[in-house]
Design a protein around this ligand. Structure first.
Ligand code: ZN
Ligand code: ZN
Length: 387
């Protein structure tokens, strides 16, 4: 469509809809064109309660607050968390919500108070929205921002759509050079900062450490890629899926342990000469994998939990108490995104290799089927691209 009028934001923050010139079948004016108001709808992947999702028309988002931006999505992706939502595990997500919290796009419109990005800028959308001003934001704990946190595709509409409204745009978007690789960049919305902050930073990975990562899905692999910044001596990857273990070895894991026989702990202890590991990163979120982490730690070890747990785990303090063990939890803050961006731009970090499948945004339903059957489809990250 040819946009003839870029539209004006008035001082009151209201907006005049731009006129668009569109071709219309069957109702052509003598000149062959018709004048219309700009489209007020868009297509989006919508949650309709446990097990139900649809690709359907939704109102196109508009600026509501002066600090908002509206972004036209060029690249999005599906997260394991989206599958949890579809199972009904995340009650804050209600019927009618557009899913998705990861994306790269182009700024389509900004509120009057936005100064860090402009219409036409290419941007990375952080999965964590932050005001930058509240007490938690001032501590760098954006995940607990009083006006943000993880809200996209949760309590407000998300990024698996043609357009998304981003609150607190100045502090929730990252400007990207126009020539950056969208597919690599979209891995920075969530999985790379999550693997790095919750796994590697909280686990205090150091040069020479032996690190065990339980779970070789996208988040575990993101921890694997970013743990290597610190030159650990060994990285032992643990998973049930042989394909994912092979991927992990190609991404820099030094050892792979298939846990499908239930003997992961014995195997890790054997690999470390009975010593155990310095860091155990839990990247699954179930009691069995948390238990593996507790049992393979050497004295002085750090257990960094990354997984999203829906059930209680048993903390074996009766064994851990005298072993100087640190157990950490964290919701990603995305405070390291600017640093990770530099490493991707320099080529030092190559997250594009996490991408296994690509779909058009309009094929999101099919993309969910593929991602939902990840083992059979050998899927890691599934890219959704706008036409
Ligand atoms: Zn996610
Ligand atoms: Zn805040």
């Amino acid at each position: 469509m040819l946009r003839l009028d870029p539209g004006n934001a008035s001082l009151e923050g209201t907006r005049t809809k731009p006129l668009e010139r569109v071709r219309e079948k069957g109702s052509l004016s003598p000149a062959g064109v018709a004048w219309h108001l700009a489209s007020t709808t868009m297509d989006a992947l919508v949650y309709h309660g446990p097990g139900k999702r649809a690709w359907e028309k939704k109102p196109r988002p508009e600026i509501r607050e002066a600090t908002d931006a509206v972004v036209r999505i060029t690249t999005s992706t599906i997260c394991g968390t989206d599958l949890h939502i579809l199972k009904g595990d995340v009650p804050s997500v209600t019927d009618g919500r557009i899913l998705g919290h990861e994306g790269v796009g182009v700024v389509d419109d900004v509120g009057a108070a936005v100064s860090g990005v402009r219409t036409g800028d290419k941007v990375l959308i952080s999965c964590i929205t932050s005001c930058g001003k509240c007490d938690f934001c001032r501590k760098g704990m954006y995940s607990h921002c009083r006006g943000g946190g993880w809200i996209l595709g949760n309590t407000i509409d998300g990024t698996q759509a043609e357009y998304v409204r981003i609150p607190h745009a100045d502090t929730s978007l990252h400007r990207l050079p126009p020539d950056t690789d969208d597919e690599a960049m979209v891995m920075l919305s969530d999985i790379l900062p999550t693997g790095f902050e919750c796994g590697v930073q909280n686990g205090q990975v150091k040069p020479g450490d032996t690190v065990a990562i339980v779970g070789a899905g996208p988040i575990g692999l993101a921890a694997l890629l970013t743990a290597q910044f610190y030159s650990p001596a060994e990285i032992v990857m643990i998973d049930l899926d042989e394909n994912r273990l092979q991927v992990a070895l190609s991404f820099g894991a030094t050892k792979a342990v298939n846990s499908s026989d239930g003997k992961a702990v014995q195997k890790v202890m054997a690999l470390t000469g009975g010593a155990g590991v310095d860091v155990a990163i839990e990247a699954v979120g179930i009691p069995a994998t948390f238990d593996v982490c507790q049992e393979v730690l050497a004295p002085g070890g750090r257990l960094a939990n990354v997984g999203v747990h829906g059930k209680p785990v048993e903390l074996h303090l009766e064994k851990l108490w005298a072993h100087n063990i640190i157990v950490t939890t964290r919701l990603v803050d995305t405070v390291t995104t600017p640093m990770l961006l530099k490493l991707v731009q320099s080529g030092r970090l190559q997250p594009r290799k996490l991408v296994t499948h690509r779909f058009g945004l309009a094929d999101s339903m099919k993309a969910y089927d593929t991602f939902g059957d990840a083992a059979k489809e050998r899927a890691l990250k599934v890219i959704l691209k706008s036409a």
